[in-house]
Design a protein around this ligand. Structure first.
Ligand SMILES: [Fe+2]
Length: 210
């Protein structure tokens, strides 16, 4: 059974009449209270180049990894906001990455997806840790993010566990000349599962208003 967020619960209560608001109180005020991350001014996510391997019309799938795929299973999740801290529903996130061996699928759409954020601005997908490839220094996942009223953003997600950073991405992110900000290098949470290790990364996106 899906777990209701405080926001979901408030909306449901308001819709069914269980919740009535005092004079002068707006539902949006209550919703802001229900989401402690909402309404905080945020710094835009740094831009990074789109690179040569983008393809249009990626499939709308969140499961990019087949069970037999080689590589470290990786879950990526996050939320999309604007710089005012407003969570962006219906934002589109196109992602593409190399496979475990560092190869992009140029003929098809393996490890390519188009996602949409939900009501709380959240997105998620399951993949594998991308491999290194000769033209680039660091492992990365490409992002192209669009939302109504905001400037489109191309950027890239990097991983703090990448051996290139020697355990100190804040100091060593410049080892890849395409990384202009350590903010794009995200911590990796490794968990031991029955089938082996799995990795999880959170990557929040903040778009500038158009
Ligand atoms: Fe790339």
């Amino acid at each position: 059974m899906p777990r209701l967020t405080r926001r979901d619960l408030l909306l449901k209560c308001a819709a069914t009449g269980v919740l009535t608001l005092a004079p002068g109180m707006a539902l949006r005020d209550l919703l802001a209270w229900s989401d402690p991350q909402a309404g905080q001014a945020r710094t835009p996510t740094p831009w990074d180049e789109i690179g040569p391997f983008y393809k249009r019309d990626a499939p709308h799938v969140a499961e990019l990894r087949a069970a037999a795929d080689p590589g470290l299973p990786l879950s990526v999740s996050g939320r999309v906001f604007d710089t005012r801290g407003q969570a962006l529903e219906h934002a589109t996130i196109e992602i593409w990455q190399a496979n475990d061996a560092g190869l992009y699928d140029l003929d098809g759409y393996k490890y390519r997806a188009a996602l949409a954020t939900d009501r709380s601005g959240a997105y998620a997908f399951n993949s594998v840790m991308p491999g290194h490839y000769p033209a680039r220094v660091c492992q990365h996942i490409h992002y192209l993010v669009k939302a109504e009223g905001c400037k489109p953003l191309t950027t890239q997600l990097y991983f703090a566990t990448d051996p290139v950073f020697e355990g100190d991405p804040a100091r060593n992110f410049h080892k890849d000349p395409l990384i202009e900000s350590a903010d794009l290098v995200r911590p990796v949470k490794l968990t031991r599962a029955a089938t082996g290790n799995v990795a999880a990364v959170t990557f929040e996106i903040v778009l500038e208003r158009a």
